[in-house]
Ligand binder design. Sequence first.
Ligand code: THG
Length: 382
Amino acid sequence: MTGGVRGGPTLSPSTRVRTTPFTPRIEAAGVTAYTVYNHTLLPTVFRSLDEDYWHLRAHVQLWDVACQRQVDVRGPDAARLVQLLTPRDLSAAAPGRCLYAPLVDADGGVVNDPVISVLADDHFWLSIADADVDLWVSGLAHGLDLDVSVSTPPVTPLAVQGPWAEDLVARIFGDASREIRFFRFAHLTFAGHPLMVARTGWSRQGGYEIYVDRDDLALPLWDALWDAGQDLGVAAGGPNLIERIEGGLLSYGADMTRAHNPFECRFERFCHLDRPTTFLGRAALERIAARGVARRIMGLELDAATLPPCVAPWPVTVGSQRVGEVSSAAVSPARRRGVAIAMLDRSHARPGAEVTVATPDGVVVATVMDLPFPPSPAAVPA
Ligand code: THG
C-alpha cells in the first residue's frame, strides 16, 4: 500500500484486478501509485502528489479513467428505470446531455453518484463511481419486469484535464470540440471512427472525457494526444487527491456511502422533490427533508504541514465532544496547510467553526470551510 517505489508492498496482479487498454502507456510514463476502482487499476500518482497537482493546474494531463465503467441501460423502459434510480429530474434531459446524479435506495441512502449520459431517449450510460451498480440496476429491472437490457460494455474513458485541455483536444478532434459546453457531449471523429467526447472530468481545471468504445483505438488515441501535446507540457496524470479535495469533488465509498443521504452530501440541487418525478426513495427523502439533517459534509483547513494518508476516518472533536469525522485529507502545497473533507454534526457544519482533528500523527487544529475551497495561489507562495 505504501508503494513499490519506496520499497513497500505492492498490489498482487490478477485477472480480478483489471488492467486497461492504456496500461502500457501508464507504466511507460512511470506511474508510482494505483488505487483499485470498480475492480480496475486507477493510476493516482506519477511524480508525486504535489508535483502532479502543480502540473495539473498549469498544463494538461491524460488520465486513464477506464475504471469509470459504463452501465448501459437501453430499451423501451430505459428512461423510466434510470429515472427510478435518482431524485434528479431527468424529464428534460435530451440526448447530448451529461448529468451528475446521486442514486438512492429505498431508505434514501446514496448508492452511487454517476455521470449519466443521455445517448438517445431510450439509451443511457451511467458512468459509475466505485460500486457494482450493474447489479442494483439489473436487479430492479428484473424485479419490476421492465423491458430493458442492462450491460457493462467495453468502453474506456480517457480524461484530458488541465488548462490546456481545450487546445490539445482541438488539435486531434478539430475546433468542433471547443464548442462542446460543460456537461454536454458530441460524437467527433478519430481515425475514421466517431468517439463520444464530453466536457466533463473529475477536476476543477477543465477538460474532456473521451469514451473509447474500441480497444484498438485506445493506444493510437493516447499517442496522438501525447505527440500533439508535447509543446503544451502534456503528462500522464490521474485524479489528484489535493486538487479534488480543494475542488469539493466527493469520492463515493470514502466521503459518502449508503449510510448517508443526499442532503448530508449537499446534493439538494440534484434532488427535485418539488417536481412530480417518480423515483425509489422518494418517501424517505421527503421525510428526511421535512425533519432536516443532523450532519453535513464540509471542508476543513488543518494547521498541519504534513499529514499521513487518511485510511480510516479521523475523529473531529470540540473539547471532549465528538462532532464528526474526516474522510479524505492531504496537504495542499498551494495553501501550505492540510485540506480535508469531513462529515460534521449540524452544530459545527458552518464555515469558520474551530475544531480539532485526531490524526494518527497527533491532534491538529482545524477551521471549517465551505466546499469547494476558495481558489488557492497558482504558484508556491514565497
Ligand atoms: N466522470 C465520469 N464518470 C465518473 C466520474 C467522472 N464516475 C465516477 C465519479 N467521477 C463520479 N463522481 C463525480 C463527482 C462529481 C462530478 C462528476 C462525477 C462533477 N461535479 C460537478 C460539481 O459537483 O460541481 C458538476 C455537477 C453538475 O453541475 O452537474 O463534475 O468524473 N464520466
